[in-house]
Design a protein around this ligand. Structure first.
Ligand SMILES: Nc1ccn([C@@H]2O[C@H](COP(=O)(O)OP(=O)(O)OP(=O)(O)O)[C@@H](O)[C@H]2O)c(=O)n1
Ligand SMILES: C[C@](O)(CO)[C@H](O)COP(=O)(O)O
Length: 234
């Protein structure tokens, strides 16, 4: 079963607050999108990567990922939501892979070990596999009142923070996106991740251990934490 990947990189990065999209923000001298693409390529498992970029930055994203030359990489237009961007990437990827990884440029440090665990779990028969890390805070559900009130406290031992890459049986992922697109049209909602689209089909998602270094770069503080991981690697 060959492995293809969609790398979602079409977001603006408004919470990070740079003048360029987040995918082009440098971390240790290399754009986040290039680091994420290199991670996928270095796993040795991925045949081809489709990167979805903001329409106005296609050429800059192409230039950023050009040094990652060990796999075939195509850069295409993303969409208005992450879900639409991944759907656009899936169209460009074509139908020849049995397994598809969906990854975020915003998680540039996911390791080859993690990618290996995810692909192995799909090949072992789990059609949808995500990395999850235990949560360290107590999580409370809060209503939207003024003032906000805590209404429930789920048992933390059963909670995981879900990361990317996420790995899927290719046919299932395409079916989940087709169903999700129809729902997004009628209910004006887009899923937070691809596993959510699979769950909406009533299919169970398998969770493998995630890793701290696959953190999502959302704020400037996250960028500093990621830089510390690079220092540790050096
Ligand atoms: N329309 C969109 C929105 C997001 N993404 C991608 O989805 C990943 C996770 O999104 P997030 O971290 O929320 O990125 P942004 O939407 O760029 O961030 P912000 O909400 O701060 O603007 C990122 O790699 C981002 O590029 C995408 O491909 N297309
Ligand atoms: C896909 C994701 O990274 C999994 O944790 C996350 O859902 C993206 O969330 P965002 O709302 O786009 O930041």
């Amino acid at each position: 079963m060959s492995v293809g990947a969609v790398l979602a990189a079409a977001g603006s990065g408004s919470r990070l607050g740079y003048t360029v999209p987040k995918a082009l923000v440098p971390l240790g001298g290399e754009a986040l999108v290039a680091r994420a693409a290199r991670g996928l390529a270095d796993s040795g498992l991925v045949r081809r990567i489709v990167v979805t970029a903001p329409a106005a930055y296609l050429e800059q994203v192409r230039a950023a990922v050009a040094p990652v030359s060990s796999v075939d990489i195509e850069v295409v237009d993303g969409g208005a939501t992450r879900q639409a961007s991944v759907a656009s990437g899936l169209r460009a990827l074509g139908g020849s892979d049995g397994v598809i990884l969906v990854h975020d440029a915003a998680r540039p440090l996911a390791s080859a070990d993690l990618i290996g665990r995810l692909v192995a779990a799909v090949r072992a028969g789990h059609p949808a596999v995500v990395p999850g890390v235990p949560v360290v805070d107590t999580i409370r559900a809060v209503d939207d009142g003024d003032p906000p009130r805590a209404i429930a406290t789920p048992d933390r031992s059963g909670l995981r923070a879900i990361q990317t890459p996420q790995a899927f049986d290719a046919d299932l992922l395409r079916r989940a996106h087709a169903h999700g697109a129809a729902r997004a049209d009628s209910e004006a909602v887009a899923a937070g991740d691809d596993a959510g689209l699979v769950e909406a089909l009533g299919i169970a998602v398998h969770v493998v251990p995630g890793e701290a270094r696959a953190l999502k770069i959302t704020t400037r503080h996250d960028l500093s934490v990621a830089a510390l991981y690079l220092e540790e690697d050096a």
